[in-house]
Design a protein around this ligand. Structure first.
Ligand SMILES: [Zn+2]
Length: 334
């Protein structure tokens, strides 16, 4: 086994600095920094993580393919990080100019962006089945590992139907979301308090929502055209849930809605949606989705189906014209 490890230097320069703030020097995340707490509509400021590449199996033909397809991994991950900030950590300015007719948020969805303190991301090129996965290292969850399958890279280079560069950027974006999304509050488990985790399909759906919004949907994704083309359930995961989340954001609630979902997983947790809820569950407590959107997720799923079915008779022209739904789901490579 041959190993190559390359480091991309860590820097404290934020990826984005709204209002021209000067960069701060710190080894750690600059999370939860908003220029003015009352002035919603800003992005979380973040430090770029240390990026490492750990290439095993350099004799595997896909190893050299990877270096040709992705000559600058740090730039690709920086771009993905920018897309994550745009899609999950930007609270729109209010009053929102493009708010939905149906939105409960007269001033647009609002939250105070707070990113996880991810300090390093190491990409492993390894010979294993599947596509990719992400995990935190055992001793410190602030350090993440993205494992990318060499056989999958090889498959991408031999596929005639898709651009391998486009696909790899999409996969890396999806996996980087897992390095920067919230699942449960930091206090979950402390003091005997039990907070249930969200469905895995929601976590995967958020990752593919970001990929979709980044314009990196692969050709095999199929946006449903009718209620019958939806998945059986809202949390089927991946792009099936990703398109549903995009509809919530673009049609139902307005821009920033999925950021609010992610933010509530951090601040409250996935409470009020199942039998294995926290110990201190109160009877009249509204559920996770109802608290955010005034309606339960099952009803949201129904509304999504109705909206899809109304598509052919022109009754949703208003929403089409208002949002960027149609533009976003078009695969630029198709
Ligand atoms: Zn995933």
């Amino acid at each position: 086994m041959t190993e190559l490890t390359a480091n991309s230097s860590a820097t404290s320069a934020p990826v984005s600095r709204p209002n021209g703030e000067s960069p701060r020097s710190s080894e750690h995340q600059e999370e939860d920094k908003i220029s003015n707490p009352d002035d919603w509509g800003h992005q979380a400021l973040i430090a770029r993580p240390k990026i490492r590449l750990h290439a095993q199996e350099l004799r595997h033909p896909a190893s050299s393919s990877f270096f040709v397809l992705i000559p600058d991994l740090a730039s690709v991950l920086d771009e993905a990080l920018n897309n994550i900030v745009q899609s999950l950590y930007t609270s729109p300015k209010w009053p929102s100019p493009d708010r939905s007719m149906k939105s409960l948020y007269k001033d647009g969805p609002r939250f105070r962006p707070s990113m996880p303190p991810t300090r390093s991301v190491t990409v492993f090129l390894r010979d294993f089945g599947g596509v990719a996965y992400t995990r935190g290292i055992e001793l410190d969850d602030d350090h993440k590992e993205i494992h990318l399958s060499l056989p999958y890279i090889q498959h991408c280079t031999s596929s005639k139907n898709s651009s391998p560069v486009h696909e790899l950027h999409g996969v890396l974006t999806h996996e980087l979301v897992h390095c920067y999304q919230h699942t449960t509050p930091p206090f979950a488990g402390d003091g005997g308090r039990k907070i249930p985790g969200p469905p895995g399909g929601l976590i995967e759906g958020i990752a593919d929502f970001v990929r979709l919004k980044a314009g990196l949907a692969p050709p095999h994704w199929k946006k449903p055209q009718s209620a019958g083309e939806r998945a059986d359930k809202w949390d089927a995961g991946y792009e099936k849930t990703g398109y549903f989340l995009a509809w919530i954001e673009d049609v139902w609630a307005g821009r920033g809605a999925v950021g609010m979902v992610n933010d509530r997983l951090l601040r409250v947790g996935y409470l009020g949606e199942g039998e294995d809820d926290g110990d201190d569950k109160e009877e009249a407590q509204p559920g996770f989705w109802e608290s955010l959107f005034g309606i339960g997720v099952a009803d949201l799923w129904e509304e999504y189906g109705k909206w899809l079915d109304a598509g052919e008779d022109g009754s949703r022209d208003h929403e089409k014209a208002r949002g960027n739904w149609e533009d976003e789901v078009v695969n630029p490579e198709a």
